[in-house]
Design a protein around this ligand. Structure first.
Ligand code: FES
Length: 107
């Protein structure tokens, strides 16, 4: 396991990602939607498991789920679980935020 730094500070992370939105992060072959909800950050696979639209172009609802912009499937930001079990769950990664910045844990 290794931590990959995405932003150098909390302020930089907040400036880059609005509350309730997401941004695509590419690390090697991984495409990750890094989102912000209730001032916390979450990492989930960017390609929707249903039909590969980009979750980073979606938005976060009041339950803390990212909504796919194509067919509105909802994925829990913490677990990746698809709300109505209509498709596979999405992969998630741990996010760490501290004085050194924002990090995503990769395997
Ligand atoms: S592509 Fe995401 S819900 Fe269909």
């Amino acid at each position: 396991m290794r931590w990959v730094r995405i932003f150098k500070s909390i302020d930089q992370a907040k400036a880059a990602i609005e509350e309730g939105k997401a941004r695509r992060v590419v690390i090697g072959e991984r495409r990750i939607a890094l989102s912000r909800w209730n001032d916390k950050f979450f990492a989930i696979q960017d390609n929707c498991p249903h039909s590969s639209a980009y979750l980073s172009q979606g938005w976060v609802n009041a339950r803390g789920e990212i909504i796919c912009p194509l067919h509105n499937y909802c994925y829990d930001l913490k677990t990746g679980r698809e709300f109505e079990e209509k498709t596979e769950d999405a992969r998630t990664w741990k996010v760490r935020l501290d004085d050194e910045g924002l990090f995503i844990q990769l395997d």
